[in-house]
Design a protein around this ligand. Structure first.
Ligand SMILES: Cc1cc2nc3c(=O)[nH]c(=O)nc-3n(C[C@H](O)[C@H](O)[C@H](O)COP(=O)(O)OP(=O)(O)OC[C@H]3O[C@@H](n4cnc5c(N)ncnc54)[C@H](O)[C@@H]3O)c2cc1C
Length: 353
């Protein structure tokens, strides 16, 4: 029998979505080596996500959970990640909230003078808007917002010289956890590392080490459209429209607790209504896709150390706000390992065991 090639690295990461990429990136930025095992899935949340980062909850114009901390961290982190990886990831173009009624406009003005929210509302940003954008009640601009190019981030981490990327399913039975090292028998190779990080999104539901986790996944649909309108900013009204360049836009998203293995006619209709509420020109749908968000019953990320295996870690539960929450909590997990810093109990995986 052919002997398996041995691959060693500082960390083994299971799952190559946003969580796995961020965990890998933090290791790489500290001159460590990583192995990422990922069964590529076009319906992973990261593959369809818009990557919008927005410090406000737009439904009732409140500050999103922990946004002061998360946004000051991400504004430092993503530019550093861009220079480390040598690519552009962070589009710092403010999201515009379009109002559907006079009441919404009034509520926005109240939020603009409320001490809790005013720091995230710009009164001076006035971009030029195309005539075929419907704006009967005006709009507000959100400070600190923008969007992350998640696909480019993932690709750059996967192809970094200190990453070994294996596109295959992880078989939990082939994992051998010892006190001082981890051995995993992969398809054509034997992997040896110091620690393993589980970043499988909803795939964690099949992970025997983390059975007690309470995930409440949501199904989300998005459309890609081509339209002659020339928009620079992501806009939000009953959903978002995100400019991707070349007259291409991503439109999203739906939220559904029923997890279907497909897109739906209802989802498409809803997203078309979002488009038609916002733009008055013609458009062509070029793609309709879905992904499953790894939401958690208490809406908080899940990070930390396995209660029995001190070299097994989890980074999951990024829910609907992975691009905002991911950097800060990936760093928190890294600091646990390298500096012994405590995990905030509100996000600690220990709450499930
Ligand atoms: C429609 C939609 C729109 C969204 N828009 C936004 C947005 O605008 N802003 C924002 O911040 N967030 C958004 N999100 C949420 C965001 O996508 C998630 O928070 C984030 O992508 C979760 O990343 P993850 O790596 O934890 O999970 P995933 O993206 O699901 O990645 C997990 C990866 O692990 C792999 N995997 C799992 N099990 C195994 C195994 N056993 N072996 C090998 N590989 C495995 C999977 O194949 C996958 O590649 C959106 C989500 C959806 C669905």
């Amino acid at each position: 029998m052919k002997e398996k090639k041995i691959i060693t690295a500082d960390a083994l990461i299971v799952g190559g979505g946003l969580a796995g990429a961020l965990m890998g990136l933090i290791h790489l930025m500290h001159h460590k080596t990583v192995i990422i095992i990922d069964a590529f899935n076009p319906h992973s949340a990261s593959h369809v996500a818009a990557g919008i980062v927005n410090p406000l909850q737009l439904k009732n114009i409140t500050r999103a959970w922990n946004s002061d901390t998360l946004f000051s961290f991400l504004h430092d982190f993503y530019p550093k990640a861009e220079s480390f990886l040598g690519c552009s990831i962070f589009n710092q173009t403010p999201v515009l909230k379009f109002f559907s009624s006079q009441k919404e406009e009034n509520d926005w003005q109240i939020a603009a003078s409320d001490s809790k929210t005013k720091g995230f509302i710009s009164q001076t940003y006035k971009p030029h808007l195309p005539a075929d954008l419907i704006s009967d009640f005006g709009f507000g601009a959100i400070k600190s917002s923008g969007w992350i190019d998640i696909k480019t981030l993932i690709k750059s981490v996967k192809t970094h010289k200190n990453t070994q990327y294996l596109n295959q399913a992880f078989n939990y039975e082939q994992l051998n956890i010892k006190n001082d090292n981890i051995v995993y028998v992969a398809k054509d190779s034997m992997l040896k590392t110091k620690s393993v990080f589980f970043c499988e999104g909803i795939g964690v539901l099949n992970n025997p080490l983390f059975k007690p986790l309470k995930l409440t996944p949501t199904h989300g649909e998005v459309l890609k459209i081509k339209t002659p309108i020339s928009l620079q900013n992501p806009i939000h009204r009953s959903g978002f429209i995100l400019p991707l360049g070349n007259n291409t836009y991503k439109v999203g998203s739906t939220y559904n607790n029923t997890i279907l293995p497909n897109t739906t006619a209802k989802g498409k209709t809803y997203l078309m209504q979002t488009i038609e509420k916002n733009i008055s020109c013609k458009y062509e749908i070029t793609d309709h896709s879905y992904g499953i968000r790894p939401n958690v019953y208490d809406r908080r990320p899940i990070i930390g150390q396995h209660p029995k295996h001190s070299n097994c870690y989890i980074f999951n539960g990024l829910g609907s706000r992975g691009a905002s929450q991911g950097p800060y909590y990936a760093q928190m997990l890294y600091d646990l390992i390298t500096k012994g810093k405590k995990i905030d109990p509100i996000v600690d995986v220990g709450r499930f065991f």
